[in-house]
Design a binder for this molecule. Structure first.
Ligand code: ADP
Ligand code: MG
Length: 695
């Protein structure tokens, strides 16, 4: 049967989703589960037992032999420890068992996961607990149960716990606002997320020939090929057969696991592609993005390809990001960022919009910090989209609306209609905002915001925790004011106007790549944190800690731990890259160049003895020797600085940024110049040309 005919049956076939639960659980158990999802109530042990039994039966019917609590430690990837369902039974036999207790709680050996100091070794225990709001699924013969992960003392050791808390926080405050607008039916407001995922695909054999790709996930050397992405003919271009086969396999794999993979296309750079899913609640979206990243790599392997999720695998061609599309939706299906049709709906829309603008302005530094890690430093603020300055793009029409509100004038849309919010005359809100600005880090795209600063390899949890919590804070402030109001319409208008006036500086509709904008942003007082080293310093700034503490998302200790892990990671990543570079220079590049220079020298001598011209040999040897010297010196400097990295993580991060990165740039410049004049057959590993046009 064709895939399209099988698709409805294939989709979600490996997921213990709501439909499957409804089919397989007793009505009271199903209702209890449903209630626990909507109200956050915990399940009694009897119900948990019934669900576990049904889950196990379903899993075994679908070929599973093991189960695992699937969790997201602070490394940004997922972790799993597999136990089989097997329990010994009488007569030397086994039965397949899985209890409610095993479903609900686990105790993986946690000592090897980073805790940033949250877990002293004497209490190395970590616990996992079932998250009933994200469905279990079967992957490679194991029933995977999404869980949270926390320490003996109750500190979150993962990325899911704070995400769930932030979803509750924003729901609670958004409901207060909705009630003020007369909404009595919504029971929950749910952040909606769609994460567009960029990636590169290269040939596996070539990948294996480069140690930088194997150890660092990116090329540390490589002269630019004569042809890169200048022609822009790859973007949305026809998909090559090998890539098409990969994408088909990937889609089918993702569909079976309930990942709503929707679009696939080629990106700007050669070998670069994108996978976009249909959006879902933030928790499921984070889980499925983790799953998608893992499967993208595994499926690639089946096709003798390697999927690179690094933000900048190749210098000089576009890097890979992840667009985090974010909005707030009600459990009744209303998108709170969709401009409304009636005055009252518009007032509500403008209030949410104002809250968002205020929040992004006040916590721009923190949002920047959530996307700060070494791989992303190659993109943000480094001649590539988007810049490191956080600003909001609204589009011409919506910006005109904001201007009109601030100036108190009446905005008229193209149809010359005015529109009302509350009682005051206020602008019509454009319903269709198709205007796109690809350079903005945070763009309003009609009914959602697109946060474009995320790196392709990162978990989307951190940025969404920040967006949810920031929004919770602003909505809480607004609700506090408006709940006390005796003249709602007037106070509402005044609040919207005042907020827009005070936070207008964060709105920018122009070209974000332009140097003039960076200067302008600085004069507006917007932070420009160009590197991870700068951005991580403000992660634990008092105002940021206060925000997350107030809403019960992170404790001070949990934030300190996260900052510590990121600083340690920075040192580790740059250290690995630097060591790999030294190794490749000493054992691959210098020997190859020297061999080539030796061959040329011999040929030169031979030609001289015959009285033949040998300018090419003579001059090339001289150039090679000069660059070789330069590379040798750069390598020695890099090695010396590597030996001098301070022990303290904070100092090591700054040292790596200030010393090792410039050293690495110098070494690379010399090596790439050498590549350009070295005989292809002497070059010790595949070139950019080989890699980028290999598939
Ligand atoms: P593009 O940015 O390429 O123009 P789309 O507008 O089609 O793409 O949407 C990009 C992503 O945004 C998709 O993953 C889509 O499911 C998601 N998305 C669409 N609407 C919403 C919404 N209201 N909230 C969150 N994400 C959304
Ligand atoms: Mg996009």
């Amino acid at each position: 049967m064709s895939t399209s005919a099988r698709l409805p049956e294939l989709f979600g076939s490996m997921v213990f989703n709501e439909a499957t639960m409804k089919e397989r659980l007793s009505s009271p158990a199903f209702k209890a589960w449903k209630k626990s999802v909507t109200d956050g109530t915990s399940l009694d042990s009897y119900t948990a037992g019934e669900i576990a039994e049904a889950m196990k039966q379903w899993a075994v019917e679908h070929g599973a032999t093991h189960y695992t609590h699937w969790f997201q430690p602070m490394t940004g990837v997922t972790a799993e420890k597999h136990d089989s369902f097997i329990t010994p039974a009488e007569g030397g036999k086994v039965i397949m068992e899985f209890s409610g207790k095993e479903l609900v709680r686990g105790e993986p050996d946690a000592s090897s996961f980073p805790s940033g100091g949250l877990r002293a070794t004497f209490e190395a225990r970590g616990y996992t607990a079932w998250d009933p709001t994200s469905p279990a699924f079967i992957k490679e013969g194991s029933l995977c149960i999404p869980t949270v992960f926390f320490s003996y003392s109750g500190h979150a050791l993962d990325k899911k716990t704070p995400l769930l808390k932030s979803m509750d926080a924003v729901s609670k405050q958004a409901l207060r606002i909705l009630r003020l607008f007369g909404d009595t039916t919504t029971r929950r407001v749910i952040p909606q997320v769609g994460a567009e995922q960029e990636y590169f695909l290269i040939d596996k054999k070539l990948f294996n020939e480069r140690r930088d790709l194997r150890y660092a996930g990116r090329t540390l050397f490589g002269a630019k090929p004569p042809r890169g992405q200048e022609l822009e003919d790859h973007y949305f271009g026809a998909i090559k057969p090998r890539v098409a086969a990969y994408m088909k396999d990937l889609d089918e794999t993702l569909w079976a696991l309930g990942v709503l993979s929707k679009t696939k296309h080629n990106e700007v750079a050669p070998s670069q592609h994108e996978m976009a899913p249909i959006f879902s609640d933030a928790n499921t979206a984070c889980d499925t993005n983790q799953l998608a990243m893992e499967l993208m790599k595994k499926v690639a392997d089946r096709h003798d390809l390697v999927c690179l999720l690094h933000e900048k695998p190749f210098a000089g061609v576009n890097g890979s990001g992840k667009h985090d599309n974010w909005s707030l939706g009600t459990d009744t299906g209303v998108n709170l960022f969709k401009p409304g049709k009636t005055p009252s709906q518009n007032a509500q829309f403008l209030l949410f919009l104002a809250a968002f603008i205020k929040g992004v302005d006040e916590y721009a530094d923190f949002l920047r910090a959530t996307v700060a890690f070494p791989g992303n430093d190659h993109r943000l603020g480094a001649q590539e989209a988007p810049p490191a300055v956080v600003s909001i793009f609204l589009g011409d029409e919506l910006e005109a609306v904001v201007e009109a509100i601030i100036s108190g004038t009446v905005y008229r849309d193209a149809g010359k209609q005015t529109l009302k919010i509350g009682v005051d005359v206020l602008p019509a809100i454009p319903q269709d905002n198709t205007d796109r600005n690809r350079t903005s880090p945070m763009a309003f795209t009609g009914n959602k915001f697109e946060f474009r600063m995320l790196g392709s390899s990162q978990s989307v949890s951190g940025p969404n925790i920040a967006l949810n919590t920031i929004m919770a804070e602003e909505l809480e402030q607004f609700a506090d004011i408006l709940e006390k109001s005796t003249d709602f319409a007037n106070d509402l208008n005044a609040l919207i106007r005042r907020t827009l006036m005070e936070h207008k500086r964060v709105i920018f509709n122009g070209n974000g790549y332009d140097d003039a904008w960076i200067r302008e942003a600085e004069s507006r007082g917007l932070p420009n944190l160009t590197s991870t080293a700068d951005a991580l310093d403000i992660y634990t700034a008092p105002k940021n800690v206060a925000l997350f503490q107030k809403h019960g998302i992170y404790t001070q200790a949990e934030m300190d731990a996260r900052a510590a892990i990121h600083k340690e990671n920075y040192r580790a990543v740059i250290g690995i890259e630097a060591k790999t570079m030294v190794d490749m220079i000493r054992r691959d590049i210098l020997p190859a160049v020297s061999a080539y220079a030796g061959a040329l020298t011999e040929r030169h001598a031979g030609k001289e003895s015959l009285g033949a011209a040998s300018r090419y040999e003579r001059e090339t040897v001289k150039k090679l020797a000069a660059l070789e010297d330069q590379l040798y010196a750069a390598c020695e400097k890099l090695e010396a600085d590597l030996a001098a990295v301070p022990a303290d993580a904070e100092r090591a991060m700054h040292f790596s940024h200030d010393m090792l990165i410039p050293d690495m740039n110098a070494a690379r410049a010399a090596a790439d110049a050498l590549e350009e004049i070295t005989d292809r057959s002497f070059w010790p590993f595949p070139t950019y040309e080989d890699l980028l046009f290999s598939v």
